[in-house]
Design a binder for this molecule. Sequence first.
Ligand code: C5P
Length: 291
Amino acid sequence: MPEELRGLAPAKINLTLEVGETRPDGYHDLSSILQTLALADEVALRPASAPAMEVTGPFADGVPTDAANLAWRAVDALAEALGRDPEPLRIRIDKRIPAAGGLGGGASDAATVLRLLARRWPDVTEDALATAAAAVGSDEPFFLAGGTALAEGRGERVAPLPDLPEHGVVLFIPPDTLPNKTATLFRALDRDGQVDGATVSTALAKRLPVRVTGADLYNSFERVAFDCFPGLAELWEALEERTGEAIRLAGAGPTLFWIGPPDGAARVARAAAGLDCAGIATATAGSLWRR
Ligand code: C5P
């Protein structure tokens, strides 16, 4: 058995994110086409005398190194799903995905921990992985699949879709996010009152694989994000004006993104120079796990 197991944990964007009714359990029904990116954290696991976690890399600041980190919780969730004692492990994460930005980095780290544990623990089944993923968070089941996929329910019903052809993606990361961001944005949507159906997701899922631009995409959170994140509306307007293209919100934000032909990314990244955000040029990427 290798001393250390390593894997990549890709970021995601939501090509569509349509938020429906609030359910009796407090979650919202949603319909979302998600897409993994080449931008990824690196996750490593090794046996230790007690559970431990180390987070390094350009976006390590403020990332919890205890049970508040979803990757830590993933170990306990999978052990519980299997009815075994959690093995003490040292988890190391090289954080290249900005945290709490709408890019799913924390959920992806946790899904990669689950995939790595499946190589280490002989009793892991796909059912146990699915149970553990759903217990850790709503984006988790998507990251077990990766690539292009449709997520429904509270996010836990995931159906793989044909891979999107490779696109360039440029991420624009504003300097600030919000505490308890995802729940805060869902509450803002509740106050907003509009409930979306699965219209755009269903139509796009049928057309795939296809080339897209921001103009083909939809995100319910855009109705409230510009009120919730100070300065985001100005940044978004400046980006659309300078690039001449549709810019979209990633998940519950505050990251904004451009998507288009792979050779367009460098021009778009240059156009954003000097604005109050960090720019990351990346690309869409297929599943690391799907065979
Ligand atoms: O499941 P997860 O912990 O990622 O969700 C964070 C919060 O986002 C939940 O506590 C809930 O308030 C909200 N949420 C929701 N509907 C979903 C997913 C998340 O209301 N489908």
